[in-house]
Design a protein around this ligand. Structure first.
Ligand SMILES: C[S@@+](CC[C@H](N)C(=O)[O-])C[C@H]1O[C@@H](n2cnc3c(N)ncnc32)[C@H](O)[C@@H]1O
Length: 253
């Protein structure tokens, strides 16, 4: 049986085609320019998925390495390298991969750290990011922010998408586990092949942990990071609030 981001991987880029990866990469680059003490040439992306951020970072001239636990996602990422020479993708688990080299910046984007639902995997992943950084290197990651998730709780959502070959309906059904700070989001996806009228279905449950600042601060400082900034995702000056579902944090080794 495939894990999460198994069958789902094939439809990932279509499902998230409205996500503005270019804008996100520009945003992260601005944070890097604002906070990095080092000249930044190398970036490691933990949970890189299909490589959407990585290809754009590589086009900006950075040397990029992407790691993801899902073989299916990495296969798609690898198929997109084409003529880019400054980019590499590897299969690996955030808490245990070892690349044997250190980077100027580590990023982990689109809730990857919130996928680390156990304390051990969250701690291990943050610690492993630290181990892969040069002195003074930055680690930048986003996460589901607890106070906002509990204020505006997840509800059932339907998404419909279409390209020239496929029509996709995705229903997202959340179940909350208040004592574990976890939301199980079950994605039921119906895929209609417009060419041969075949209908396929898939179902995956993604377990996502919403995080709170005191626990994050405790873990990050314990590992040795200094916290430089905590913001609402995609904002340059908004502090986190009950309305910030997605937070971003910049820490330095
Ligand atoms: C929502 S996707 C984000 C992918 C990519 N960063 C993006 O922005 O499109 C979450 C990714 O995290 C990966 N992931 C989750 N847990 C992981 C772990 N422990 N180690 C490595 N990758 C992980 C999944 O396989 C998936 O590709």
């Amino acid at each position: 049986m495939m894990g999460v981001f198994g069958d789902y991987a094939k439809y990932y880029n279509l499902l998230y085609r409205d996500k503005d990866y270019q804008k996100e990469v520009d945003y992260i680059e601005n944070l890097i320019k604002k906070y990095s003490k080092n000249k930044v040439q190398t970036i490691l992306d933990i949970g890189c998925g299909t490589g959407n951020h990585d290809v754009l970072f590589a086009k900006k001239g950075y040397k990029i390495c992407g790691i993801d636990v899902s073989e299916e996602m990495i296969n798609i990422a690898k198929s997109r390298i084409n003529t880019l020479h400054n980019i590499n993708f590897y299969i690996g688990k955030s808490e245990s991969f070892r690349l044997g080299k250190k980077f100027d910046v580590v990023v982990s984007l689109f809730h990857v750290m919130s996928y680390q639902i156990k304390n051990e995997s969250l701690y291990g992943s943050l610690k492993n990011a630290y181990e892969h950084l040069k002195a003074d290197g930055l680690f930048i990651f986003d996460f589901w922010y607890g106070p906002a998730v509990l204020t505006d709780r997840p509800s059932i959502r339907l998404k419909e998408l279409e390209d020239e070959n496929l029509k996709i309906y995705r229903i997202a059904i959340p179940v909350m586990h208040p004592n574990e700070n976890i939301v199980d989001v079950t994605f039921e996806v119906i895929i209609e092949d417009k060419i041969n009228n075949n209908v396929n279905k898939l179902k995956e449950t993604h377990r996502i942990r919403y995080l709170f600042l005191p626990e994050l601060e405790f873990i990050l400082k314990n590992i040795g990071f200094e916290i430089l900034d905590i913001l609402e995702w995609m904002s340059v000056d908004k502090k986190l609030s009950f309305n910030s579902w997605n937070g971003i944090i910049v820490v330095q080794k």
